[in-house]
Design a protein around this ligand. Sequence first.
Ligand code: GLA
Length: 395
Amino acid sequence: MSTETLSPEHQATIEEVGNLFAESGFGTPEVFAVAPGRVNVIGEHIDYNGGLVLPAAIDRWVHVAIRRRDDALVRLVSAQAPGKVEEFLASDDLAPQGNNWSNYIKGVVTGLKKAGFEVPGFEAAVISTVPVGGGLSSSAALEAVFGKAILTLLGEEMDGLDLAKLCQKAEHDFAGVPCGLMDQAAVILCEEGKLLMLDCVDDSFQHAPFEDPDWGLLIINSCVSHELSDGGYAVRRDGCHAAAKILGVETLREIDPAKLDEALAHPDLTEDMKRYVRHAVTEIARTLETVEALGQRDYALAGELLNASHASLRDDYRVSCPELDFIAELAQAQEGVAGCRMTGGGFGGSAIALVRRDCVASLTALIESRYEAEFGIEPKIFETRPMGGTRAWKA
Ligand code: GLA
């Protein structure tokens, strides 16, 4: 197990998932695995446009206890769906069924089999503290944790980037979301105290330190449902790809921001495509600038870039919503907040704020009361620092 200091809550949840496993009649777990959720600091909707993205793993986790069976039966229980056992045969030609959470596991099992592993039956218990629908990659964490847990049961290893791609395919084929690679890469490859700089032009990555005793990342979950499989995501992704084709480039990364107006004047671009291209090209530039600014601890500049990202996602890409706009605008106006933006796929979900840590408590209280007064919804707000990625160990 990694030497990363686990929070007491985290350790308690690992114990709880072992108890859930035993109480479900599965006996003693052989392997434990944990995968974090992720938050994207900046670089939104550009992983499928060849951009650079800047996520961090967060202190919210999917915990799994697992044991191998002698036959092909898979039995799954989750604290999030009490009293229900999901079953399927690992040996079957698997297909997704409805919106069932076991679809993600079926997708991962299918991917591992395709990669040449003989996946046996197993029993597993799951406890997740990653909010579902919060735009914090609960599904990528679920995929990754099972990928790693099954490999560890088999005594096998897989390169982290390959596992991320396997999980991304599970998301495409078994959840119907044509996502980029950011979420799965983040939950697997992130390192403690660091942001992941994933360059989606060639999937190369580096880790950028982000640890400052005075500055933190605050996550504000609007608790407005976030549903990416309903089409809004795919429309934009397809629009960007169609625009790239019209502009004669492989990805929108190739458009020089200095020549953006020239590109936008192309007569074959629709009005929607023009907005998508403007967002993607400016967001790619903002992300590169943010990496620089954070490297120099220039939080004022990084914050301005976050704010500009929000405006672009709201006005050009149109993936924000009134709740997230309210949170961003309110936070941006407060003392000690360098910047705030929606994060993740959008259409609800969470916002991220770069905040001076001595202001976290007052900002949290202010957003809670004002947001609830405006929308009648209680937001869920928590601070995080960058955590390490998915890992598994023998019990
Ligand atoms: C979702 C997708 C990611 C990425 C973000 C937007 O989280 O899964 O691949 O496209 O939206 O940045």
